[in-house]
Design a protein around this ligand. Structure first.
Ligand code: AMP
Ligand code: ZN
Length: 149
C-alpha cells in the first residue's frame, strides 16, 4: 500500500468525503477546513510537487478547480468568491507531499470568520456540505447545457 495518504484516498484505502472524480482528478473535502466547503483537488497519479507534475496535468487540475470555484457560487453555500491555492514544497508550507489545489469558498465580509477558521480548522456538517458542493457542480453542468442548446 502507498505511504502517501492522498494516493490511499485515490485507491479507496483511506477514507475521504469525495465531491467529484474522473480518470485524471479527484476532489474531496479537506479534513481541517478553513471555511465550510474547503476542498482539495488532486491528480490521481502521484506527483510530489510542481517539479514532478506534468504541465498538462497542472492545466487539468486548474481547469477542474476553476469549475469547482464557479460551482460554489451556485450551491447552498452561496459563496461570493474563492481562494485557489497550491503550497508547493516544504518552504511554502506543503505538508502533504502529493500535489493538491485548495479551493476555499469565501463570502463578502468574512475576514474575521476566515481568520478564526484558519486557526481552528474544524469540520462543519460534512455530508450536507458535500451534497451542496455536488449539487453546485450539477447546476453548473445544467447551465452549460442550457447555453449550448
Ligand atoms: P498543505 O500541504 O499545507 O497545502 O495542506 C495539506 C492539506 O491537506 C491540509 O489542509 C490538511 O487539512 C489536508 N489533509 C491532510 N490529510 C487529509 C486527509 N486524510 N483528508 C483530507 N484532507 C487532508
Ligand atoms: Zn500520492
Amino acid at each position: 500500500m502507498s505511504a502517501c495518504i492522498f494516493c490511499r484516498i485515490v485507491t479507496g484505502d483511506a477514507p475521504a468525503t469525495k465531491i467529484y472524480e474522473d480518470d485524471a482528478v479527484l476532489a474531496f473535502l479537506d479534513i481541517r477546513p478553513i471555511t465550510r466547503g474547503h476542498t482539495l483537488v488532486i491528480p490521481k497519479r502521484h506527483a510530489t510537487d510542481l517539479d514532478e507534475l506534468d504541465p498538462a496535468m497542472g492545466a487539468t487540475l486548474f481547469s477542474f478547480g476553476h469549475r469547482l470555484a464557479k460551482s460554489m457560487r451556485r450551491t447552498g453555500l452561496a459563496a461570493d468568491g474563492a481562494n485557489l491555492l497550491i503550497n508547493d514544497g516544504r518552504a511554502a508550507f506543503q505538508t502533504v507531499h502529493h500535489v493538491h489545489l485548495h479551493v476555499i469558498p469565501r463570502h463578502r465580509g468574512d475576514t474575521l470568520r476566515f481568520a478564526k477558521g484558519f486557526v481552528l480548522r474544524r469540520p462543519h456538517d460534512t455530508e450536507r456540505t458535500a451534497a451542496a458542493l455536488r449539487s453546485g457542480l450539477d447546476r453548473l453542468a445544467e447551465e452549460e447545457r442550457e447555453t449550448t442548446a
